[in-house]
Design a protein around this ligand. Structure first.
Ligand code: FES
Length: 106
C-alpha cells in the first residue's frame, strides 16, 4: 500500500509500504523525518505518534489499552485522531492512507 506522510510544514511525502509491516516500520525504512520510534515498535515510547486523516480512522485496527495509555504521554498534543504508527499494521486495503506528523516526538 502507498502511504502519505504530511509534515508539520505541510510537505507531503508518499512512500510504498509492504503489507504486514507497521506504518512506523515503513516510515523508518524510508527515512521519514518525524518518526523516532525509540522503542522499536513495542508500544512503549510514544515517539511514533501520528495524526490519522479522519476518513481513515475507522478503517484502522482498533486501539489497544497500551497504546491508549501511551498516547496520553505523547510529547505533542493528543487529538481525537492520534495513534501510534507502530500499532498500525498495513493491509492492502489501507492503500492511500494519510498520516500527519506531530511537531515533535520528544
Ligand atoms: Fe515506540 Fe511506537 S515505536 S511506541
Amino acid at each position: 500500500p502507498s502511504i502519505t506522510f504530511i509534515h508539520p510544514d505541510g510537505r507531503a511525502q508518499q512512500i510504498e509500504a509492504s503489507v504486514g509491516e507497521s506504518a512506523m516500520q515503513a516510515a523508518t525504512r524510508k527515512d521519514i523525518n518525524g518518526i523516532l520510534a525509540e522503542c522499536g515498535g513495542n508500544a512503549m515510547c510514544a515517539t511514533c505518534h501520528v495524526y490519522v486523516e479522519e476518513d481513515w480512522l475507522a478503517r484502522l485496527p482498533a486501539m489497544g489499552g497500551d497504546e491508549d495509555a501511551l498516547l496520553d504521554g505523547a510529547a505533542a498534543e493528543r487529538r481525537i485522531n492520534s495513534r501510534l504508527s507502530c500499532q498500525i499494521k498495513l493491509a492492502a486495503d489501507l492503500d492511500g492512507l494519510v498520516l500527519s506528523l506531530p511537531d515533535r516526538q520528544l
